[in-house]
Design a protein around this ligand. Structure first.
Ligand SMILES: Nc1nc2c(c(=O)[nH]1)N[C@H]1C(S)=C(S)[C@@H](COP(=O)(O)O)O[C@H]1N2
Ligand SMILES: [Mo]
Length: 355
């Protein structure tokens, strides 16, 4: 069903994407982000194995497990025609985004994909609610977890609590920005788990398991877990599994930024996982904090765009940015060390050179 080709399939436009050097993982360059929605040509890619080429005509998604009274199977046409299609704008971010920044902050190098700031993008996703697909499987009253499983070479799996699997905005997506998914983004169908780490949004879906007991797989015991003194293990994994993402900001400029000493608008984005970005503040050098203007509709699971005007003096500057969410959380000054270098949340400190 799947022919493996080396690496990724979509062209990687030079100058629009950050190459992490793995041959599989490419970030969206913050200075090429454009509108609220990331064009598919520059949407970041994070794949642990080469993109499989799947023929939708021979594809099926099966649902089974001890938490499903009935085993069901859907074709691509079933997804397209038998269920209400929902469209929603949602941001996907990798838990390892800004790993290089976290390393610089803590004075070390982390293994793993060498992400700068680009492992975050936003699309309008169209698909079927996972709970609509689960209905025919007649989920048992004892069911507690739902796990998506992929068809790529690594057989990616990541369990979700039943409540998150049945949320309004957990969908099996078949389209992205109004077009069928590209192979690199999970064609024919992927899961979209709003506000959670990107790894939960399993691409190239093949199976959904409904379980009456907690499931333990590499992606919630060894990878995508927080390992370190600040994160005591809470189960059989090496540390607590990452679920919803924290708060982060980015500036739509190169790193370090090079600006001219003239009046200009500085723009960026902030994301707060399952929550809504409520405020963005910036500070230039040792100045005071100011509020930036939020210029997009801000909603849970979607990045917000912000801007402020600046007429910088020639020289070296540090532009700090921090966001808060509607639960009253603000980006912390620093991020606790964790072995795999995930979840960098610190106040952004963006170096700016003005000449
Ligand atoms: N089958 C499969 N699904 C996957 C992955 C993968 O390697 N294989 N990577 C995950 C990770 S770690 C992230 S961050 C997102 C990235 O989605 P994207 O490549 O569409 O941006 O896909 C997730 N789903
Ligand atoms: Mo990821």
């Amino acid at each position: 069903m799947a022919i493996d080709r080396p690496g990724v399939i979509k062209p990687i436009p030079n100058g629009l994407m950050e190459d992490t050097g793995s041959g599989l993982d490419y970030g969206t360059r913050p200075d090429s982000m454009l509108g609220d929605i990331t064009p598919v040509d520059r949407f970041f890619i994070r794949s642990h194995a080469p993109t499989p080429v799947i023929d939708a005509k021979n594809w099926a998604l099966s649902i089974d497990g001890d938490g499903a009274r009935r085993q069901v199977s859907y074709t691509y046409e079933d997804l397209r025609r038998r269920f209400p299609l929902r469209s929603m704008v949602r941001t996907i971010e990798c838990a390892g985004n800004r790993r290089v920044l976290l390393g610089e902050e803590l004075g070390q190098t982390f293994e793993g994909t060498q992400w700068g700031r680009g492992a975050i993008s936003t699309a309008e996703w169209t698909g079927v609610r996972l709970r609509d697909l689960l209905e025919a499987a007649d989920v048992t009253s004892g069911a507690c977890e739902v796990m998506a499983e992929s068809l790529d070479a690594i057989r990616a799996r990541r369990p979700l609590p039943l409540a998150k699997a049945c949320a309004d905005d957990t969908i099996v997506a078949i389209a992205m920005n109004g077009e069928p998914l590209l192979p690199d983004h999970g064609y024919p169908a992927r899961l979209l788990v709003s506000g959670w780490l990107g790894a939960a949004s399993i691409k190239w879906l093949g199976r959904i398991e409904v379980s009456e007991h907690p499931l333990h797989v590499p992606w919630n015991t060894e990878d995508y877990v927080l390992i370190g003194p600040e994160h005591p293990a809470d189960g059989p994994g090496r540390g607590p599994a990452i679920t919803a993402l924290g708060i982060s900001t980015l500036v739509e400029l190169s790193w370090p930024a090079r600006l001219r000493p003239e009046p200009q608008m500085i723009r960026g984005r902030a994301f707060a996982g399952e929550n809504r970005v409520s405020e963005v503040q910036y500070r230039i050098d040792e100045g005071i904090w100011h509020s930036a203007e939020i210029t997009s509709a801000s909603s849970p699971g979607v990045w917000a765009r912000w801007q402020f005007p600046w007429n910088p003096e020639p020289g070296e500057h540090l532009l700090r940015v921090r966001a808060s969410d509607d639960r009253g959380r603000m980006q912390p000054e620093s991020t606790p060390w964790n072995e795999l270098g995930y979840m960098h949340e610190s106040v952004l400190a963006h170096p700016v050179h003005v000449a």
